[in-house]
Structure formats: C-alpha cells, structure tokens
Design a protein around this ligand. Structure first.
Ligand code: SF4
Length: 224
C-alpha cells in the first residue's frame, strides 16, 4: 500500500473520502488557480525560511523524470542526522508505512527541534495535526524531537527577504504533545480507509473547512 504521507493524513482528518481519492483517483483533483498561486507562494516562503538558522543542508532530491526521489532523501537525512548536522531542511523520514519531510530540523543539546513553515501572519490551530503527524513519524523512525514550532510570517514583514526578519517561531510543543494521544488509532484508521472501498460520504461542511477540497467536482458529479 502507498505510504501514508502528511498530506494524506491531513486529508483523512478533514474527510476520509479525500484520502481515498488521493490514493485511488488523484486525477480527479481540480486545483483552482488562486490555490495554485497560494501553494507557489508557500513554496517560495519555504525556500526562504530554510535560511532561518544560517547555513543548512537540504535533502530534497529529484529523479531524472522530475519526481521526488524519496529513497535518496531518506538516505541523505539518515546520514546527516547520524553526523549530527545542525540544520537539515526537507528532512525525510519513514516508519511503519508513514512518510514525512520536515521543513526544518534544528539541533539542540539533546534533540532536534522541529519547525513547520507556514506562509501566514498568524498561527492557526489547523496547523497542529500536521506538526503532530511529523513528530510521530520522526520519533517512530528513532529520532528524538525536542520542541515543535510553527515558523510563520511576521506581520508587516511579508515581503522581507531576510529569513530572521520575515519569520517568527511560535512554540506549539504542548499542543502538539496533546495530539499524541490517539495517534496510533488515527493512523491505523487512515491506512484502513486508503486500502478499502470508496467511502460513501455525502458533501457537507467538510468540503470547505478547514481547506477547500479539490474533489468537489467529482463528488458533486457522483452525488450520493
Ligand atoms: S468534496 Fe467533500 S465529500 Fe468529497 S472528498 Fe472532498 S470533502 Fe469529502
């Protein structure tokens, strides 16, 4: 079965059918142009944020066909963590059928702190399950995480090209720790949905919140 990625897990939390469609009918996703623009802006912000601690290593690796080379990213991350490198970006981990690439891992005396980059001027609760999943995968892979942060844009500094000036780190460790309870069951449920029959879920509020679903056209076409 396909690896359970962070995106698939977050989609599962919003609507199990969204995860199922990600796995079985991804070609049905329709991404609106404004959302595509937001995603591109987010990627640019992520690139800038990599320099938040100065020098860094980035695990991102592509195959010849342009797709991400997960195996190479996992291997690079493993080596760099074993060497005790201070800052590793797009650090890839896999354990028990789960996969994630952390935006930034920064070494402290006793562990690595986890930073999730968000291109917004404030912290939102919907970011927490995302960070909690990453922490769960990374610790399941045997790497100790100390604190967890959301690195979001500082109000009034949206256009700054200086990472320290542009971003502010918000400590979400306690909230993320609270989401550890029940994680095993949620992951098991997500994997069961991914490997099962198409869930029969009617359209509803979950199609818009917390994120607009890319499968609305599909679900409206095949209304229950
Ligand atoms: S459109 Fe609504 S029902 Fe369909 S997958 Fe998305 S969230 Fe679920």
């Amino acid at each position: 079965m396909a690896l359970l990625t962070k995106t698939k897990y977050i989609h599962f939390l919003q609507c199990p059918k969204m995860l199922w469609l990600d796995v079985h009918k991804p070609e049905e996703a329709v991404i609106p142009p404004e959302t595509r623009q937001k995603l591109d802006n987010g990627n640019a912000a992520g690139d800038l944020a990599m320099g938040y601690f100065g020098k860094y290593l980035e695990a991102t690796t592509y195959k010849e066909d342009g797709k991400l080379d997960f195996a190479a990213m996992l291997q690079k991350t493993k080596e760099w963590i074993a060497e005790g490198q201070e800052t590793v970006c797009e650090a890839a981990f896999s354990a028990y059928g789960m996969y994630c690439a952390a935006d930034i891992l920064h070494k402290t005396e006793s562990a690595y702190d986890l930073y999730e980059v968000k291109n917004t001027v404030c912290m939102h609760e919907v970011f927490l399950p995302d960070v909690a999943f990453q922490r769960y995968v990374i610790e399941s892979a045997g790497v100790k995480i100390g604190k967890c942060y959301v690195l979001h844009t500082r109000a009034g500094k949206e256009d700054s090209l200086d990472a320290q000036e542009r971003f502010v780190a918000e400590d979400v460790t306690a909230a993320v720790r609270a989401l550890r309870r029940g994680m095993f069951e949620r992951v098991q449920n997500a994997r069961a949905v991914a490997g099962g029959e198409e869930p029969q879920i009617p359209c509803g509020e979950q199609c818009e919140y917390p994120y607009g679903c890319f499968y609305k056209e599909y679900c409206q076409k095949y209304k229950l």
